[in-house]
Write a protein that binds this ligand. Structure first.
Ligand code: PRX
Length: 628
């Protein structure tokens, strides 16, 4: 790894911001602003928070009781009010908030006033079901506008949403509903993926059958004739909203009121419910969207994520709407119906800010530069990347095909952090492959195991001070929350390995733990392993990540078969199908190898590191703890 970093660093060139970029940017002098912000972070966050509307003010910016944080103490607010009412009261009332394009080419456009009416009707419908502040609602929807409407409606009346990515299978959905003890499910009949429809309703039926807390299921029916609904428990989305008033006052909530749970993978098989709250999350997503992307009223902001993941929560829904932006969101894959899909959307809607992922860029690279060349991309001015390290080759390609003069914001952050933490701002000189420097108000560092700062070299990425949009806990599992802060003394450990260069630039190298990043999706080896051993033919399993040209990483699993089982094509296929059924497509191992033993420590822990080294033909390092 060290060698790889050295070559990377040597190869890197520095790209200075253009005069034009600098002239229009909110932040023109990063060093000065950064020093000012960290000299007194509370003052910095206090000033930012004042750009938003609060129903009543705070008495204290931060209460820090290591590692528990409370921000904007005593203040009341509502994030949905700031996403909608704040704009509806202004000239932005009839500004376009959301442009949605479906996989089949359908288009739906919502102004701030229209989005607000839909959200209010949905909030009233939620109230009519008897849902009350603090109740949980699971949203399992494809990327359609109802997903955004439902999230904001929950927020408006103090319900906690738990959005589950619609690619997850029934058991994965079930465990997330159970953990959250949701009272309501909002879903759709189908989702579309490269022209094929997936039956989401069936997944929900299977999951909800084992979830007694769910009282009703709301179904958005996209197909004609509409799927049959059971009269007692299931309601059609349109019928549900029919007759509901288009006004619904946003509830004044204490700033620390939970806004959502979002389940993410850790090092165990059980996903963790990351908890975010109204006040601090609102401040963090608002200002990062504004400064990182230099977001202005004239912009069209296109973020390709799905609201099923944190990027969609923070940079499709909350961050852009808090800024009164116009968002473009599109269902479907970057290469369907052809590899010009996203370039075409950029040209058609005059997109000026385009936030995407390394995996998508690498996929588009495979189809060549002729595709982007076909379209007028001259409206673009700021680009973004998120979710995994971007290799310099992909960075350079993205930079070149979009005109060669638009800065790429390589944004590093996590579900837990809520907002972007390490990132360039448009005025910062760029190095392809580096997420550059910490965002304003953020004290990020690279340290050794003892927490000593590393001036130049590799170590662990940490954050040394609390920030407003940090997760407040892991739902029902405070110990798991504590473990982020107990790992390295005095700081939040992100779980990433990182290299800091002589200019203090951060180069994120991947995870330090057993979490994989497959096409930017976060999957734990333990989840894949527990899915595999739940198959009758498998007694033990170990999963590792292997480098993959497009997806960054791919999953390879090693399995020990039960007595009497034979390795065969059919068996491997059945194991893959089983993981698909248990977890979903994103977690299916690309390769499965049958073995007779696995490397273990004397205490019986599988040494995945050794498996990985062997697989990649590398030196396994210290194997003194290996049993055999
Ligand atoms: O390993 C880092 C990687 O994604 C992890 C967080 O994953 P998740 O919670 O799913 O959130 C993804 C979207 C924010 C991090 O621990 N990661 C995210 N962004 C980058 C990154 N690695 C390198 N460079 C990035 N820009």
């Amino acid at each position: 790894m060290a060698e790889k970093i050295e070559t990377l660093l040597k190869a890197s060139r520095v790209i200075e911001p253009t005069e034009k970029t600098k002239a229009q940017a909110y932040i023109k002098d990063y060093e000065k602003e950064y020093q000012r912000s960290i000299a007194d972070p509370e003052k910095f966050w206090d000033e930012i928070a004042r750009e938003l509307e609060w129903f009543s003010p705070w008495t204290k910016v931060l209460e820090w009781n290591y590692p528990w944080a409370k921000w904007f103490l005593g203040a009341t607010c509502n994030i949905s009010y700031n996403c909608l009412d704040r704009h509806v009261k202004s000239w932005r009332k009839n500004k376009v908030a959301v442009i949605w394009v479906g996989e089949k080419g359908e288009e739906r456009i919502f102004t701030y006033a229209e989005l607000s009416r839909q959200v209010n009707r949905c909030a009233n419908a939620l109230k009519a079901l008897g849902l009350e502040k603090g109740d949980r609602v699971t949203i399992y929807l494809p990327k359609i506008p109802e997903q955004i409407v439902a999230m904001l409606a929950c927020a408006r009346i103090g319900l906690i949403h738990s959005v589950v990515y619609s690619g997850f299978s029934a058991p994965a959905l079930e465990s997330r509903i159970k953990d959250a003890e949701s009272r309501l499910m909002i879903t759709a009949d189908v989702g579309y993926d490269r022209g094929k429809s997936t039956n989401l309703k069936k997944v929900v039926d299977d999951a909800v059958a084992n979830c007694p807390t769910i009282e009703k299921t709301i179904v958005v029916r996209r197909e004609q004739p509409g799927v049959a609904l059971s009269a007692s428990k299931e309601i059609d989305w349109n019928e549900w909203l029919e007759g509901q008033s288009t006004t619904c006052e946003a509830v004044a909530l204490d700033a620390e009121t939970p806004l959502y749970f979002l389940y993410t993978s850790g090092t165990t098989g059980k996903p963790k419910g990351v908890v975010h709250v109204h006040g601090g999350y609102m401040v963090g997503t608002y200002i990062t969207t504004k400064y990182v992307f230099d977001l202005k009223d004239e912009d069209v902001f296109f973020c390709v994520a799905d609201p099923g993941w944190v990027t969609g929560h923070s940079y499709i829904v909350y961050g852009p709407l808090l800024n009164g932006a116009t968002i473009l969101t599109a269902e479907g894959k970057p290469d369907y119906p052809n590899p010009g899909r996203w370039w075409d959307l950029i040209a058609r809607y005059g997109v000026s800010i385009f936030y995407t992922t390394p995996t998508a860029i690498r996929l588009l690279m495979k189809y060549g530069e002729d595709w982007p060349k076909k379209y007028d991309l001259s409206t673009l001015r700021i680009l973004g990347s998120v979710g995994e390290p971007i290799n310099p080759e992909a960075w350079e390609w993205f930079h070149r095909v979009t005109g060669g003069d638009k800065p790429i914001m390589d944004t590093w952050w996590q579900t837990e952090t809520g907002m972007i933490l390490v990132t360039p701002l448009p005025c910062v000189p760029l190095k392809p492959g580096s997420a550059t420097r910490p965002f304003l108000g953020i004290e990020a560092d690279v340290v050794d195991r003892e927490g000593n700062s590393i001036e130049k070299g590799g170590g662990f990425a940490v954050i040394k001070k609390p920030w407003p949009s940090m997760m407040r806990t892991i739902y029902k599992d405070p110990d798991r929350y504590l473990s982020y802060w107990n790992n390295i003394p005095g700081c939040y450990t992100a779980g990433d390995v990182c290299h800091k260069d002589e200019d203090g630039y951060f180069w994120f190298m991947g995870r330090a733990d057993d979490v994989l990043k497959v096409a930017g999706n976060r999957i734990s080896t333990a989840e894949v392993e527990s899915a595999l051993v739940s198959h009758a033919a498998v007694v033990e399993a170990a999963a590792i990540g292997k480098p993959h040209k497009t997806a960054g990483e791919m999953i390879k699993a090693f399995v020990i078969l039960a007595q009497g089982q034979q390795d065969s094509h059919e068996l491997i296929k059945s194991l893959k199908d089983h993981v698909l059924k248990e977890l979903g497509k994103i977690a299916v191992p690309r390769e499965i190898e049958v073995v007779t033993s696995l490397p273990k420590t004397r205490s019986g822990k599988i040494m995945r590191r050794v498996l990985k080294a062997k697989e990649l033909g590398q030196d396994p390092g210290d194997i003194s703890t290996l049993e055999e």
